[in-house]
Design a protein around this ligand. Structure first.
Ligand code: PMP
Length: 441
């Protein structure tokens, strides 16, 4: 039974990951947005592999692509050698790039995870610029390796490790709702940009010799916080003027999640380095770094690894990208996004426990607050991780899986498949509302 499986697993598996405790189900099957447990109960999956499953679970085109790749006896492991599949995948991916990069950008296949590609991107800019400090953002998340953790803003997870990469400086992210400068009122982005420019130029106490800036255009694990678009343009201008490579971490935002294929397109900017993982492998582990030709300064052997370029991931990723192009999935993302935001804003107007509703595309966060505690200087109650957890638990009981994140885990995060239908979205929102009511009252 489900209970026995859970007990056996809990006996042996470490608790380093909290999902199995928070969502105690044994998944038997999965299709589209739905998971089915051992007892036949179904759940709407708005975690979707932490934003990996662009087309949902087991999309027909992906299953078919994997099956025919196996039938054709493709090399399951090809190291870095050429294969027809790899070339087709690269061609489809390059079609998505901004014009400025389409014909000239370089790609590097990395290991299976997003963190692996972030590590490669950092090494790349260090090689290209000759070292120096990495600039990252407060509240950002880039992975769980030592290097990527050093660039992530979550102190509670890294403080026990004491020493990580030393040369990381944190810049203020334009988090409007909890404005780090205590002003809000649409001023957060302007002050943040001004302050960053000051740090770059202050020769007395600024940041000397940076080798790159790494940023998420929407902080994911940080609580679905979208960066102001004008701020992103300013960041691009400031880094370009000073010859500092701009790395955009598209691990979670990329491949349509925000309503554009790459999230930086919203701001009309072109980064120097793009990091992709999650959805790019069409459900399977894969990651890549794409960068401007002039940064291509690797010496042979400078960045190696056995599992670079998962051939089945390329088959699944190619099928995913082709499906998205042919079926105009981005249009669907934008329609469903509107549906989510309208309903969540209505809910926010009714419950003062909902402090903020934000995000971009189908990367949406709802920040829960505790109205019994005094408001901060910006007029907002403090975040309530405890309430978010209660709602998450009610959602789970009611058949909906949502992730939590952000400061004090007070943000409930929706990352549904990009192909979630209007009816499925309505069902998800109905369960969410019911769960909020149950948890609050
Ligand atoms: N960057 C971002 C923006 C992410 O959201 C994540 C994963 N949530 C990572 C990097 C790390 O990816 P992985 O977990 O595959 O190492």
């Amino acid at each position: 039974t489900q209970q026995q499986y859970l007990r056996l697993q809990a006996d042996r598996e470490s608790q380093a990951r909290s999902y199995p405790r928070r969502f105690p189900l044994v998944i038997q099957k999965a299709k589209g947005v739905l998971l089915t447990d051992l007892e036949g109960k179904t759940y709407y999956d708005c975690l979707a592999g932490a934003g990996t499953l662009a087309l949902g679970h087991n999309p027909d085109v992906v299953v078919e692509a994997i099956r025919s790749a196996l039938d054709e006896q493709i090399p399951l492991h090809a190291l870095d050698l050429a294969t027809p599949l790899k070339v087709r995948f690269m061609s489809e991916l390059f079609l998505l790039l901004p014009e400025e990069m389409r014909d000239t950008a370089k790609i590097q296949f990395c290991g299976p995870t997003g963190a692996d590609a972030v590590e490669a991107a950092i090494k790349l800019v260090k090689h290209a610029t000759g070292g120096g400090a990495i600039l990252a953002f407060q509240g950002g998340y880039h992975g769980s390796t030592q290097g990527t953790m050093a660039m992530s803003g979550n102190l509670s997870k890294k403080s026990r490790l004491r020493s990580l990469l030393p040369d990381v400086h944190f810049l203020p992210f334009p988090y409007e709702y909890r404005c780090p400068f205590g002003v809000g009122n649409g001023m957060t982005a302007r002050i943040s940009a001004h302050y960053i420019e000051h740090l770059l130029d202050d020769c007395e106490s600024g940041i000397a010799d940076p080798c790159g800036v790494i940023v998420e255009t929407v902080q994911g694990e940080g609580g679905s916080i979208p960066a102001d678009l004008e701020w992103l343009r300013q960041l691009r201008r400031m880094t370009a003027e000073r010859g500092i490579p701009l790395i955009i971490d598209e691990v979670q935002t990329g491949i349509g999640r925000t309503g554009k294929m790459f999230s930086f397109e919203h701001a009309g900017i072109v980064p120097d380095v793009i990091v992709c993982s999650k959805a790019i492998g069409g459900s399977l582990p894969m990651s890549v770094v794409i960068y401007k030709e002039e940064l291509d300064c690797w010496q042979a052997g400078a960045h190696t690894g056995t599992f670079r370029g998962n051939q089945l991931g390329m088959a699944a990723g190619l099928a995913t990208l082709a499906y998205m192009r042919e079926h105009r999935v981005l249009d669907q993302v934008n329609e469903r996004s509107k549906q989510f935001f309208e309903a969540l804003e209505r809910l926010k107007a009714r419950y003062e426990e909902i402090g903020d509703v934000r995000g971009r595309g189908l990367m949406i966060g709802v920040e829960m607050v505790d109205p019994s505690l005094p408001k901060d200087g910006l007029g907002h109650h403090p975040p309530s991780g405890e309430l978010a957890e209660r709602i998450q638990e009610r959602c789970f009981q009611n058949g909906l899986i949502v992730e939590s994140g952000g400061r004090r885990s007070a943000v409930l995060r929706f990352l549904p498949p990009l192909t979630i239908t209007e009816e499925e979205t309505a069902a998800v929102l109905e369960i969410f509302e019911k769960s909020v009511v149950e948890a609050v009252e």
